[in-house]
Every structure is written in C-alpha cells, then in structure tokens.
Design a protein around this ligand. Sequence first.
Ligand code: AOF
Ligand code: ZN
Length: 361
Amino acid sequence: MVDMCKKAEDLKFMKIAIKLGQKGEGFTEPNPLVGAVVVKNGKIISYGFHKSFGQKHAERMALSHITEKNTTLYVPLEPCSHYGKTPPCTDLIIKKSVKRVVISIKDPNPVVGGKGIEKLKKNSIEVDLGCLKYLYSEVNRHYLEYMKEKKPYVTIKAGVSIDSKLTDKYKNSKWITGKELREYSHSLRGEFSAILVGVKTIIEDNPLLNIREKAWLGKRLYRIVLDSNNIMPQDLKIFKHQENFPLIIFSSKNADNKNKKVKDHFFVKPNKDGLDVREVLHILYKKGIASVMVEGGGNVINSFLKERLYNEIILFCADKLIGAKESVELFSSGMSILNPIIFRKREILEFNSGYILRGFK
Ligand code: AOF
Ligand code: ZN
C-alpha cells in the first residue's frame, strides 16, 4: 500500500493533523476524527481539531484567528461544503485566502462527497488528495463504516482462557481474566459509542456497564441489552445513570411481554439464535450510533460471528486452562465448513497474566 504524499513535508504535516484529530477519539461520533494544521513557509502557524460532537470543525478551529494569507492547510478529511451545525468550512478556507489544501480522503458523507473539493478548485485553490489515505482510513474507521456501509462499526470483545473458554464449568464468566486485563478491557469502552451485551450477563453479574476512568470523564456511552423475551428485572443497576449512559433494549416481536422498559425499547425480528442482529444494527445506525463493542455473553457473540457482522475482534486471553466440557466456549456453534477469519492486520500485546489479541478484518 502506498501512502505517499506529493511533497515530503506533506507527509510530516499530515501525520500531525491526523494525530491531532485522534485527540477527539470517543467524543465525536457519529462525526469523524479530524485535525487540521496550517503551514506557512514550512512552519506550523496554527492548528486545531474537532473536540466533540456538535462543536466546531477542525478547519474552523485552525483558521478562525489567522491573518496570514497564501498558507497550506492540512486536513485529512475533505472540508465540508454544507450548512450543518456550523457553516461550510470551504467558505472559511476561501475567505482566509488559503493557497493549497492537502487532503487524505474524500468525505463519504453524501452531503459533502466531493463537493468540498470542487468548490475549493473552482476558487483557484490548489488541492492534493490522497496523502496518508490508508493511515487516516484506519484512524477514522468507525466513521467510514458508518457512512459507507450504513451500519455501526462492530468490535467483538471477549475474555477467554487459553483453551478458548468463556466460563468455568459452573458457567461463571466473571473471573476468567484477572484484574490487569479486566481494567484494560474496561477502559477500552471509551473508544466506542456503545457497548452491547445479552440479558443473561446483566441478570447474572448485575453490572453498571459504564466508564469510570478519568481519561474518559464526561463521555456519553450507550448501553445496549439484547433481551429477546423481555425478562430483565427493572431493579438492576443497568437502569441507573441513564443521563450519561443511556440504555437501549431490544426484544423480540414475539415476546409475550411487550412492556417498554425504557424510551428506546425496540421489538425486532427473532431468529433461531435470538434476535436478528442485522435489524438491531440498522436501528442503531438510524439512532446515530457509529460504533459498538459487543461484550458478551457467548450467545450474543455467537450471533455476530455467525452473521459475520464484525469489523474487529479483541480477545483478552488469560493464562488459564479451564478444560471442562460444561464451560461455555467461544463460538461453540461453529461453522459448517472450515471458514478462517482473515485479519488484514493484527496486534498482540503481552501482560503478566495473559495477552490481548486485536484483529482487524
Ligand atoms: C466534524 N468535524 O472537523 C469536520 C467534519 O454535524 P455537523 O453539522 O457538524 O457536520 C458533520 C459533517 O461535517 C461530517 O459528517 C463530515 O461530513 C463533515 N466534516 N465534521 O464533525 C470536522 N471536518
Ligand atoms: Zn466543516
């Protein structure tokens, strides 16, 4: 893969713009991660990034206060040309007499989709497209999946023993991974718009499913529960703190109990494994949820694996052997043919008590 830019200095400044955009991770969705750098005579004179959903676009943060003309603007995503929550960034770029704009990728958002670049060119601004497009597509993968595939980016996360067991022989899953791996996994929630679990996990563990780490202070995280038969008791902890951690429930259209327990309680098509997860994802897309981490238990993970509805898998593997045939295995239903999971990229991180494997489809 070639990720080259037209000029060597473009590579340097675009890398900085992309890194700046990453500061907004976990806070901008369903909007993208965008940073912007303004350069004059080889020096950065201003920069900015999109901090959180609804706030100013990166280009506006970087350009608003500058007086210099004939600058180069580095922005990984094509500048917008539409009136959204803020006026078009292209108008500001033109007003500020920017000479050249370097962009990694065209904006897949249909309201922009090339019109931003066209407008800049029409106003005699030089545009270079493609610089670090692979790097940026990786960084901005939630937004791209959401815009292009019209579904949230799905990450499956599971804590397993080295023999792939999700529970011990009494079907307890809570202590498969130790403190070290559990804390890491907990903090990872910050990267996503939502976490999704099955009702069994909620009833057995009575978790809050929120984020408590300082690093993610102020983050809003949706909690999604798949409860086919609508049996979840309403005195569980999951019903608390819905201001910052809104709860969404999905039950089957065939459930006997059709009482809505929260405002966003949806009744969807059932299938033989539980619920039609495609419909679940479609509803989440419509609600503006760009990424979901599927946390378990076994049945829920199974449904997403079976439908191949995932973009990424994160396995927290503890140095433990469980061995019992009564314990729940990861993907125990299996495939009818040998069907390898092909990761285009994988990362492995070692800990004292195990390792994390993160595979990207
Ligand atoms: C951002 N931040 O830095 C840039 C974006 O919801 P709005 O009105 O703010 O518009 C969001 C769209 O604006 C987004 O989908 C993308 O097409 C474009 N660019 N958005 O949130 C930014 N540059
Ligand atoms: Zn904009």
